[in-house]
Design a protein. Structure first.
Length: 322
């Protein structure tokens, strides 16, 4: 395909981009009736959310995705342009609906029901990526989300030489990474997704460590397991065999849990992009700082910067020192 070659270094994200439609009622939901509330539209999707966070952190980011030529598609393209996400290697497909995710919450913001219309993501096929393989392989990092079809992820593992960073997305889709675990430079599941991948029930940092060891033994180079309110378990291969670090969460005034995982994932990508030799504990602290910033924001993607991450990290050091 014809496109201007990006300036190095840069990162690639291959994954989904949705129009998110959220309905939040003012009061308790009355079933089968019209409920007054707030309806909002925003660019979403795991791939897009991670890419947007990465761009906010200053990484030149190219999102390889597909979207339709409908009104939502135009809005999504405009949102990417506004957030410095490059769509040079994405494709707008004529006559197709853009991927859309519609959800209704209760009056507190917890989701009640959702409908996803993401069939267009199936067009991110091996043939589609083959046409973009050169630019993918020249990236400093290639980020994958598990919304990709299993055969597409398998093809990526066999053909992409750039370091692969994976977000497992959900317990339903996490298994899609199983055939390429030995190709993954980094994998970031949460505790439930790691349990599905390893068969180990994660109840604390020690069982999380056992799950991380299983993933390392299956070939993953770095594992970051999110434990929610209990922090993050970070693990990697080392000269001694394995390194395991538990990073506690930061003091956080939670506004919404939406988007914290995507911000943490992007922060890990930024850390490796900025300094691939950074200490494991420091990477975990950076990821936790980014997640904390996202938790304190009502938007799916916070106004995150490197400076804000380090300020959050410093504040936490000062609190713990008191």
């Amino acid at each position: 395909m014809e496109a201007m070659k990006p300036q190095k270094p840069y990162a690639i994200v291959i994954g989904g981009m949705n129009m998110d439609i959220c309905g939040r009622p003012h009061a308790a939901v009355i079933d089968r009736d019209s409920n007054p509330g707030i309806v909002s539209l925003s660019a979403g999707g795991v791939g897009q959310n991670i890419a947007q966070n990465m761009a906010h952190l200053g990484i030149p980011t190219y999102l390889i995705t597909v979207y339709g030529d409908d009104a939502n598609g135009k809005s999504l393209a405009d949102a990417c342009a506004a957030n410095n996400i490059h769509l040079d290697y994405a494709a707008q497909l004529p006559g197709r609906r853009s991927s859309t995710y519609m959800f209704i919450t209760d009056e507190t913001g917890d989701m009640l029901v959702a409908v996803n219309d993401m069939d267009i993501c199936k067009e991110i096929t091996p043939q589609f990526l083959q046409e973009r393989l050169e630019v993918i392989n020249h990236a400093a990092i290639c980020v994958l989300d598990a919304n990709l079809e299993p055969e597409t992820l398998t093809w990526i593992g066999e053909h992409v030489t750039a370091p692969l960073f994976g977000d497992t997305v959900s317990t339903i889709k996490a298994h899609r990474f199983e055939p390429i675990l030995d190709k993954m430079t980094m994998l970031k599941p949460n505790d439930l997704e790691a349990s599905v991948l390893t068969g180990i029930s994660i109840t604390n940092q020690y069982t999380a460590g056992a799950a991380a060891k299983t993933l390392l033994d299956r070939g993953v180079a770095h594992v970051f397991i999110s434990l929610g309110a209990h922090g993050m378990l970070c693990a990697k291969h080392s000269e001694q065999g394995y390194d395991f670090i538990h990073v506690p969460p930061y003091k956080t005034n939670i506004a919404t849990a939406n988007g914290a995982g995507d911000s943490g994932m992007a922060a890990i990508v930024w850390s490796f992009f900025d300094n691939p030799d950074r200490e494991l504990q420091e990477v975990g602290r950076i990821a936790q700082a980014a997640s904390s910033i996202a938790l304190e924001c009502t938007k799916a993607v916070p106004d995150i910067t490197v400076e804000r991450m380090y300020k959050k990290m410093q504040t936490d050091v000062e609190i713990n020192a008191q």
